[in-house]
Structures are given as structure tokens and as C-alpha cells.
Ligand binder design. Structure first.
Ligand code: F0G
Length: 450
């Protein structure tokens, strides 16, 4: 079994434990204390470029599969495995769109609002960044079988990569809780798909036991190697801003893997002297799945140097259990009430001087229609970023002149039902339903002119 590079190790995030493990082990929580694990690097053993723009040289050699990958072209910043294990199917060819039309709608100055379209990944969501990294680790440790719990996108991405790596894959999804585009992908890509009568949080609990019991490799974002891949989304934003950092990153919050990964990336870049300042971060929940918002804003839960007040979390979850609470939002991707990366996300909020808020389904649907009307479209969870930005602008937390990058996590075609219903059922301010017409030239012309 390979130990990976000697630059990386896994370390428990709990400062009172701090147990360390080599990267040749497949773990999704600390075997000593049960907390989350980080992948940490001895930067003295890695040849990190002296400035961010040095990565641009990789464009000239993009005939090389690793230089082409939007994850691996930054490989020095996630140096946990040998090149021979690195998996890529061309992830991360995503664009940062300057969107002045939408900026105007939000009363922002031109050149200030940017949309990072992670829906342009091979499986249609940001997950491919993390799955490429997790699969590389899975190959390194010699895995044959992998599994995940999913609200849809992880399963689609995992199934696609499993396809190309010849791995057996099992998906646990909540019954009736997954958008059709995503379910169709999991089935089409040959995943063994098990629909549990329960929600995502139930699936997440079950999959951990399944993986422990059967020795299956878990690819949910508890897997620290997955988050290493997702760090690169921030690098591509910086790259597309001419190697400058924005003032704000806005990201939807579900299982809180992205926000955790992004904060880690900025912390490391600052530590390495590759950036001078860390941008602020806004994490947006849906009101029907607002655990982070409640814990951070109302219960004042904080990272506290890694000594998070577990009693507050336990009390919160005990209350959810007592009320038999199950989260509900049209943004099914973030319909999660027990986010597994909660503590790492609190660390990000600390590192990035972050804010958290929740937006309603109505706000999400209107924002999604606006991204469709003025941009390249996205799925509901992704539009939570724009809905959140409207609040942050209205409250004066984000100024008209600040440079903001919203991470649009999934493609518009992931959830066609929500889009069709919004327009056909005239559910919001931007509904644009088709007009019925007779099979008659005059009537068609009259309608076009009207
Ligand atoms: N946006 C989309 C499109 C997602 O699919 C997810 C998560 C999120 C946002 C939330 O990201 O967990 O990093 O906070 N989807 C997972 C899945 C849970 O199973 O596909 P997070």
C-alpha cells in the first residue's frame, strides 16, 4: 500500500487530539476521537511556485492530461499522491463570467459581479473537482468499491468517475429527494442506486456504517481528500481575475464541504505568501435547511481555535430529533440539516471573517430565473448565492464597488422540473411561460408582433 508523497499527512482537526495518520490510510474520521481529518502538507517538501501567476505556464503544456485538468494543474497545492495515481476526466474547465447585467439588477457597479460556473464540469456540478481528488486517493490505497450518500450531484459525479476507473459504486439517496437530472445520471452511469425511505441525513448516517462494515471507500465530503480537489475552485477564480483575489466569495451551504475547502485554500495561500489578503465569505442556507445559520447567528457557535462548543450542537440536534424534523427546500442539493463539515466550516468563517444567512425558496427561484435570464443558468441551490447577495447588498454588508464571486455549483439542467414549474405555473416575478397558439400562420405572426 502506497504512503503517497512524503509531503502530506492526515491530521485530526481537534486540537486536544491532533492524531496524525499517513495518507496511505483510508479514513473518513479520526479513529482516536471521531472528529474530522485534514490533509496537511510540509511545504518545505513541495516545490510550490513563488507566485500564483507561475501556474499560467501550464496552459502551454495542456496537451499533458494533468496540466489540462483544472484541478491537477495546481497539483503542488494538493500534493498528496504520486502522478501515476491521479485521476482526471477533464474536470475544472469552468469559467468565471463577468456579469454586468445581473450586477445592474443588484445595484452593483460594472465589473464587480462574477459568476463561477461549476456546472460546466463533466458531470454538471462542482463535485468533479473533489471526486477527481478522492478517486486519486482511492486508487492510491487500492480500493475496488466506493460509495456515497447524496442529494444527487455527488452520486452523478461519483458514478461518472467510477465508470472511467472501473470501480464498483453504490449510491444512497433519499426517496423522492433527488432532482431528476441527477438521478438519471446515476442510473445511466451504472451506479447501484439504493433509495432509502428517509432524507439525506439518514443516508449520510447509513453510508458511514455501510462503509465501515464492508470496507468500502467513502467519497462524501467527510473524506478529506475530496476537499483538497474542491480547493482549486478558488484558484481558478483567482486565475481568471488576473491572479487577484476578489473581496467576497459567496457559496451555498449544504454539507459545508465547499466552504470548508475554500477557507482552507485561502489560509494555505496566505501561509505560503501567495496572496496578500483573504477574501470574506458568505455562506447561504435555504430557510428550510438552516442549521448553520441558526447555530452561527442565533446560538453564536464559533470555531474557537478548534474547541467548538459541542454541547450547543448536541442540544440543537437533540431538538431536531425530538421534533422529528426533516429539512425541506426546493433547492434539494442543500436540503441537509446535519452538515458533516460543520466544524471545518466554522473554521472557514473564522479565517474569512465570514457571514451566514438563509434565503427562502421564493427568493431562490427568482434568483435562479435571473441567472437564467442574464447568465448561463444554474440549479436552485446555486442561485441561493444570488438571493443571498441581494440581502447582503440591501443590508449594506456588501458595497456596490466590492468585487464579488458567486460560486454557481450546478448546471441548470440538473433540475428541469423546478424550472418548468416556475415558468409554467407562474410562480415568480421572472416567470416566462410558453404562449399557446393554433397551428395557424396569422395567429403565430400576431403573437410574435404583440
Ligand atoms: N450546490 C450543489 C449543486 C450541490 O449539489 C451541493 C451539495 C451543494 C451546493 C452544497 O455543497 O455540501 O459543499 O455545502 N450536494 C451534495 C450531494 C450534498 O450529495 O450532491 P456543500
Amino acid at each position: 500500500m502506497s504512503k503517497g508523497t512524503d509531503a502530506a499527512l492526515q491530521k485530526c482537526i481537534n486540537p486536544d487530539c491532533g492524531a496524525e495518520f499517513d495518507c496511505g490510510r483510508s479514513l473518513f474520521k479520526c479513529p482516536e476521537c471521531g472528529e474530522l481529518l485534514d490533509v496537511l502538507y510540509d511545504w518545505d517538501k513541495v516545490e510550490v511556485p513563488s507566485k500564483m501567476s507561475d501556474f499560467a505556464a501550464r496552459w502551454a503544456t495542456r496537451g499533458d492530461r494533468l496540466d489540462f485538468s483544472g484541478v491537477w494543474r495546481f497539483r503542488e497545492l494538493l500534493d498528496f499522491c504520486d502522478d501515476k495515481y491521479k485521476v482526471t476526466i477533464g474536470e475544472g474547465q469552468t469559467i468565471l463570467q463577468r456579469n454586468d447585467d445581473l450586477a445592474k439588477q443588484l445595484d452593483m457597479k460594472p465589473g464587480r459581479l462574477y459568476l463561477q460556473y461549476e456546472g460546466l464540469n463533466p458531470s454538471g456540478s462542482f463535485k468533479d473537482n473533489g471526486i477527481a481528488a478522492a478517486f486519486s486517493h482511492a486508487k492510491m490505497v487500492g480500493t475496488e468499491s466506493i460509495a456515497c450518500a447524496s442529494t444527487g450531484n455527488t452520486s452523478a459525479s461519483m458514478a461518472l468517475y467510477a465508470h472511467s476507473c472501473g470501480l464498483k459504486c453504490t449510491v444512497l439517496i433519499g426517496s423522492g429527494r433527488i432532482a431528476f437530472g441527477k438521478l438519471s445520471q446515476a442510473m445511466d452511469f451504472g451506479a447501484h442506486t439504493i433509495q432509502i425511505r428517509g432524507d439525506f441525513d439518514d443516508c449520510m448516517r447509513q453510508v458511514q456504517d455501510v462503509c465501515s462494515e464492508l470496507g468500502i471507500y467513502l467519497v462524501n465530503s467527510m473524506n478529506p481528500f475530496r476537499l483538497e480537489g474542491q480547493k482549486t475552485i478558488m484558484l481558478r477564480i483567482i486565475e481568471q481575475l488576473g491572479w487577484e483575489v476578489p473581496d467576497w466569495i459567496i457559496v451555498p451551504g449544504g454539507n459545508l464541504g465547499n466552504s470548508s475547502a475554500f477557507g482552507k485554500m485561502f489560509f494555505e495561500l496566505k501561509q505560503l505568501g501567495l496572496i496578500e489578503r483573504i477574501p470574506r465569505m458568505a455562506i447561504i442556507n435555504a430557510t428550510g435547511a438552516n442549521t448553520l445559520t441558526d447555530l452561527f447567528n442565533n446560538k453564536k457557535l464559533r470555531w474557537n481555535g478548534g474547541r467548538v462548543d459541542q454541547a450547543i450542537i448536541d442540544e440543537f440536534y437533540a431538538d431536531l430529533t425530538a421534533r422529528n424534523f426533516s429539512p425541506h427546500t426546493c433547492a434539494s442539493a442543500i436540503e441537509i440539516s446535519r452538515p458533516v463539515n460543520l466544524k471545518k466550516c466554522l473554521r472557514t468563517l473564522d479565517v474569512c471573517n465570514g457571514v451566514v444567512l438563509a434565503v427562502t425558496d421564493e427568493e431562490i427561484l427568482d434568483a435562479k430565473a435571473q441567472v437564467g435570464m442574464y447568465g448561463l443558468g444554474c440549479e436552485p441551490a446555486s442561485a441561493a448565492t444570488i438571493a443571498g447577495l441581494k440581502h447582503l447588498r440591501a443590508d449594506g454588508i456588501i458595497g456596490a464597488d466590492e468585487r464579488v464571486a458567486c460560486v454557481l455549483t450546478g448546471h441548470a439542467l440538473k433540475d428541469p422540473n423546478v424550472t418548468v414549474n416556475y415558468h409554467k405555473e407562474k410562480q415568480g416575478r421572472f416567470s416566462n411561460p410558453p404562449v399557446e397558439a393554433a397551428n395557424d400562420l396569422e395567429e403565430i405572426i400576431r403573437l410574435i408582433k404583440s
